[in-house]
Design a protein around this ligand. Sequence first.
Ligand SMILES: Cc1ncc(COP(=O)(O)O)c(C=O)c1O
Length: 341
Amino acid sequence: MTRPPEGMRRAMYEAEVGDDVFGEDPTVNRLQETVASLLGKEAALFVPSGMMGNQLGLKVHTQPGDEVIVERTCHIFNYESGAPGLLAGVVLHVLDGERGLLTPQQVRGAIRHGYYWESPSRLLCLENTLNKAGGVIYPLERTLSLAEVAREHGLGLHLDGARLWNASAATGISEATYVTPFDTVSVCLSKGLGAPIGSVLAGSQALISQAHRYRKLYGGGMRQVGILAAAGLYALENHRPHLAEDHRKARRLAEGIAELSAFRIDPTQTETNIVMFDVVEGEAIPLLETLHQEGVAMVPFGPSTIRATTHRDVSMDDIDRALGILKRLFSASINISHSKA
Ligand SMILES: Cc1ncc(COP(=O)(O)O)c(C=O)c1O
């Protein structure tokens, strides 16, 4: 949703470029080195999207027919167009977490035993923060205990860290600490960071070399894309330090929504930049249409669930304006606790 600001556009304009298919774009190389170092990994690869980062992560860890353990609400299962089956040829073994979080017992129970009639368990994928669960932060302790189970059974670990920056901004735990147990990590430069495009996959030199080959095979080899990498570098330097402001705006929105009886929300569950709340069953779409006419953009996350996201182009005043509109339109509405929602 963000628009590149003037400083970012200038950085793009001034970027030094070369042919990245030959590894000769100095700005892309600088971005890859910067992200690898931020994440404490040996190497990194610039890719067009978070989805490509994830799909390369799956591909370099698996063989067709392997099984990948994921949680039901994750992006890889819900919003990646069936790519795990098509591109890596893997089976997703889907577990139901609580607010998107898995337990070590669940993962241990899902790992196959090696019988030849089973698909081999090869990889565990986690997401931090959890998008569909409402920007929930994967607690570090839980991540470490899940990683231990995965390791005991020889599984690889991939993190969909599209919003990992937000987890770090909220907790003060560094990105590198969060991703220590993971073999591969995909992070996004778009979304809250505000670049117009781009994600980065990081990991060991060996895994990133494999990913490099598959990025080309998937049609993701790019040429003078230093102009895009420059936007990512600018976002890391200038926008990343301010992500906590998005979290404060989200909390203010959640607390305001909690005051209206037409909605159900526990504002203490708004941990980062995503606000999830419930309306009366079936009312999400009509309500969003009304809000859209008033200039408030949110998205449906189910027949009775709405997701709002704060970002750097939405100010605290905008949040207050949105709350004013919600109050005007819905304070006289049915009390959700008296409905069947
Ligand atoms: C958790 C998560 N992972 C991956 C992606 C994919 O990113 P992209 O839209 O850049 O492909 C998204 C996009 O919203 C996301 O929320």
